[in-house]
Design a protein around this ligand. Sequence first.
Ligand SMILES: Cc1ncc(C[n+]2csc(CCOP(=O)(O)OP(=O)(O)O)c2C)c(N)n1
Length: 619
Amino acid sequence: MLEYIEQPSDVKEKSVGELEILAQEIRDFLLEKVSRTGGHLASSLGVVELTLALLKVLDLPEDKIIWDVGHQAYPYKLLTGRREGFDHLREKGYMSGFPKRRESVYDSFDTGHSSTSISAGIGMAKARDLQGQDNKIVAVIGDGSLSSGMAYEALNNLSELKSQMIVIVNDNNMSISESKGGFSNHLAKIRLNSGYNNLKYGLKGSLAKMSGVGMGVDLLLSKAKKGVKDLILPRNLFEDFEVTYVGPVDGHNLGVLIEVLARAVKLNRPIVIHVKTEKGRGYEPAIKNPSQFHGVEPFELTTGKPLKEKKSSSYTDVFAKAMCELGEEHPELVAVSAAMKDGTGLSKFAKKYPDRFFDVGIAEEYAVTFAAGMAVGGLRPVVAIYSSFLQRAYDQIVHDVCLQNLPVIFAVDRAGLVGKDGPTHHGAFDLSYLSNIPGMTVIAPKNKYDLKAAFCYAVEQSGPVAIRYPRGAAWKGLKNIQEPFVTGKSEILSEGKEVAILAVGSMVETADLAVEQLRERGVEPTLVNIRFVKPMDKELIVRLALHHRLVVTLEENVITGGFGQQVSGLLAEQQIDCDCLNIALPDDFVEHGTVAQLHESLGMDYVSVAERILHRLKG
Ligand SMILES: Cc1ncc(C[n+]2csc(CCOP(=O)(O)OP(=O)(O)O)c2C)c(N)n1
């Protein structure tokens, strides 16, 4: 059936029985494709029936669905005319792994970071109402994403909306790893109370007889609310927020889902529908290990085993090991993760020091201020958050950490381009947004040895330190050059003339290769591992600028406000007449693709870097 589904309206015509068959076909299709391309699998497998039910009830593209985070939108993409996209999923120039308005009229809001859907949905509902339209708005948010402050801020405003909006809580009891916190426990209590479910559907028969279906839902709810429900249910947070709540509903029962949704869309006020789903549904390896199958590299379908074994250790692995070792020497060392225990490598630390590890859920802002509190109390917190997610906590870094000069260490993983997840996940801004905060120390290690040394240095400091490192294999080159860490001091890797290359972090490897190319072309550059983006080694940079014809800065960060522009600013301020070439990410959002492809297209691979330098020297 799947090959005949060209657009969402094709789903509308199908009976529940046909949709059940289609659900199986969708799962088979996704497994076959994603096992070859890699991608976000387990969450998508869990929402197949929910997606079909939404498409059956809604009129797309007029009605709008906002997929929170967006990693679970594969079935939706498949049913909204993008079947071919799965052959090249997340490849450069092909279909993105996340909803994108530019990609399809059926994608109503770009997502990638979590917990935005309810806010965006309320905004769309307001826009609809003020313009006298009557399309439906549905936000689908996972229980993990409900742990974020932004989701609560939206819930707090939801009851103010006096018109249609549906919030579907897709509760699979999992974030990437287990869901954390009091609200997760609250959902679990509601879920466990199956008596409520039965009771509710017991009332359904009488509902069907009522004339106004919308009114029926109201009645159902008010009956359930005023009657027995209060006796058997724990307090319900959604209702405390003064929002109508229905559920839990079996998220794999198409008949029930369609019926509940069909009634809910008629309601002229916000409603939360709590849907219970299974992450990885239909694929045994993913059900058994939903965290591993949240985002996967290509794997063997029959066993679920990755096709390629990981060869070398990543920066994350090096950080993980360093944390375990430092934890022994420093009993005051504690670690904080915002729902990324495995991704940040903190699971090892968590196992070794369970009392000193805190997974706070998807709550980056809270994670930072919580760490600030622990620092005031005499602990040495390490907050490990991916560069792009740390953007969420900017005010907390400024106001709660740096303003008080608190010794919080930021382990800024996935700094620079991350590859196939694309613009929502590239760590393109951290050098700019961290190095403009007074009192912050910003370090970018050149290789795995530098990374370990950076953390050893950071635990000895009395103020905030951010260490940014990229996704992927940790470079082992230049092992023999390892100057001790001294605040604000760069490391000269080779001395030459004419051109001085100032490379930041991961770009030292690129620069090292570019230097070889330049040598072959008769140019002998000076190469520096900048190491400290803040405080910057101004003395060295000025000295190099005075003795070279060209200074080249090289960083995997957006050009605006990055290291390069700070160097150009320094040279201008000092009135030094030296040409300066800034090689950095463009002032633009970089699309998805492999990191190597993206570097090449941006002129940041070592061959292009060498060419750009030669061109400038000639110029
Ligand atoms: C702000 C932010 N922090 C962290 C992440 C990484 N992340 C992606 S999905 C996810 C878990 C989401 O769990 P849930 O909402 O329950 O969805 P499920 O995958 O279980 O369907 C996390 C932590 C993110 N996308 N955005």
